[in-house]
Design a protein around this ligand. Structure first.
Ligand SMILES: *Cc1c(COP(=O)(O)O)cnc(C)c1O
Length: 393
């Protein structure tokens, strides 16, 4: 690779770009990966340099070459203007919300939001005088009807956590733009590889890098990207809190980035295959996967998304809780636990009914979320097939 043609990443396809972005071997003696720089103090060679802060790095809270490498890679992947790294996906959402709200502001939050985001809104934001209103994720441009003069932000999450509603982000963003409102998108499910967040209208996008970027369930990290309009305010809020991700976690996330396209494509294919398989099973009432044609959001998904990841939900026919639990407990290849996006398949029973406020969540039977990992698809199907026997007992 010659020095001259290093910066042409943008024209390459995504699978190539994830291997190239965020590294500069000849700044590091030719080593392929950006090293892990740990540090608090950064020395200045002279008082003049100290007083003008005229160098690339000034203090550990402002970043290191390792964290900056990931920030820059993510900014390019997301077609954003800037990115900051924080220690978890939830911290990313909190930082975005604190950037786009103030005392006395009103914000609109999708009723399908990740439940811990709802907790942050209902406790911390309320405590600081922000009024939080939940809205129907399917309302699209009708969101204009509930905007107030003091509305400063609209939070969208598509697909909705667990319930998988696809939101019309371009339409909501157009309404928001006309009212100078910040659109914050939780893009964790699709990642910028399958949904370029800022091209679809988001001002600020967050990603729980804990999931598909990491890919190995061994780190927690959050990324917040912003367009030009919002990046200065985002960076300034970030600097005030000084809640950066560690260089070690950034380094593991950069390692995850190299295989992210490969893993996502494999998990997409396996996810669709298993979702289709579930649809054919007697015990299943409904499969909530946006890439399946009978999903209510399928047309929007097809219009706006470049792919689907390996997470989807299944609604079973009514069955006793102990049978459902026995089914889940019997699975050999699906871990029971929170989060997703790693190499190991995961399963999680859920019920959004208790905390929804703007919409009702009603299903004929119990709901279960699956995150498909990197195991052999036939093995996964066989494990599920044997497990389903517990549902027909
Ligand atoms: C997991 C998740 C988060 C939070 O990420 P953490 O790193 O676990 O804090 C945020 N949003 C969505 C949609 C998630 O699934």
């Amino acid at each position: 690779m010659s020095e001259d043609n290093k910066n042409k990443n943008r024209e390459w396809n995504i699978s190539t770009r994830v291997t190239q972005l965020g590294r500069d071997p000849f700044k590091h003696f030719g080593f392929i990966n950006t090293p892990t720089y740990r540090g608090s103090t950064v020395l200045f060679p002279t008082v003049e340099k100290l007083e003008t802060l005229d160098q690339a790095y000034t203090y550990g809270t402002k970043g290191t070459p390792t964290t900056r490498a990931l920030e820059e890679a993510w900014t390019k992947l997301s077609n954003a203007h800037d990115t900051v790294l924080v220690p978890s996906g939830l911290a990313a959402i909190d930082l975005a919300l604190l950037t786009a709200t103030r005392a006395g502001a009103h914000i609109l939050v999708t009723d399908s939001v990740y439940q811990p985001t709802r907790s942050f809104c209902d406790t911390i934001l309320k405590k600081f005088g922000v009024s939080v209103e939940y809205y129907d994720p399917l309302m699209g441009k009708n969101i204009a009807d509930i905007i107030r003069p003091e509305t400063t932000a609209i939070l969208v999450e598509s697909p909705g956590s667990q319930s998988m509603e696809i939101q019309d982000v371009p339409e909501i963003s157009e309404v928001a733009r006309n009212h100078d409102i910040c659109v914050i998108l939780d893009n964790t499910w699709a990642t910028p590889l399958f949904y370029p967040p800022h091209d679809r209208g988001a001002d600020i996008a967050i990603e729980a890098g804990t999931k598909y970027l990491s890919g190995h369930s061994d780190i927690l990290i959050g990324l917040v990207s912003a367009n030009q309009k919002w990046s200065k305010r985002l960076r300034s809020t970030f600097n005030s809190f000084a809640i950066g991700a560690s260089p070690d976690d950034a380094s593991l996330a950069l390692r995850g980035l190299r295989t992210m396209a490969l893993r996502l494509r494999t998990q997409e294919k396996a996810g669709i295959e298993i979702a289709r398989w579930f649809k054919k099973q007697n015990e299943v009432a409904q499969v909530l996967h946006p890439a399946l044609p009978d999903h209510p959001g399928h047309d929007l998904w097809k219009r706006d998304y470049l792919g689907s990841s390996g997470v989807f939900s299944v609604i079973f026919k009514p069955v006793e809780k102990k049978s459902l639990d026995a089914f889940i407990d019997s699975l050999q290849l699906f871990g029971i636990g929170f989060s997703w996006g790693g190499f190991e398949s995961l399963v999680l029973p859920f019920d959004c009914q208790s905390y929804r406020t703007a919409t009702q969540w009603r299903t004929v039977g119990p709901a279960v979320r699956f995150s498909i990992g990197l195991e052999d698809v036939d093995d996964l199907k066989e494990d599920l097939r044997l497990g389903l026997n517990y549902l027909s007992l």
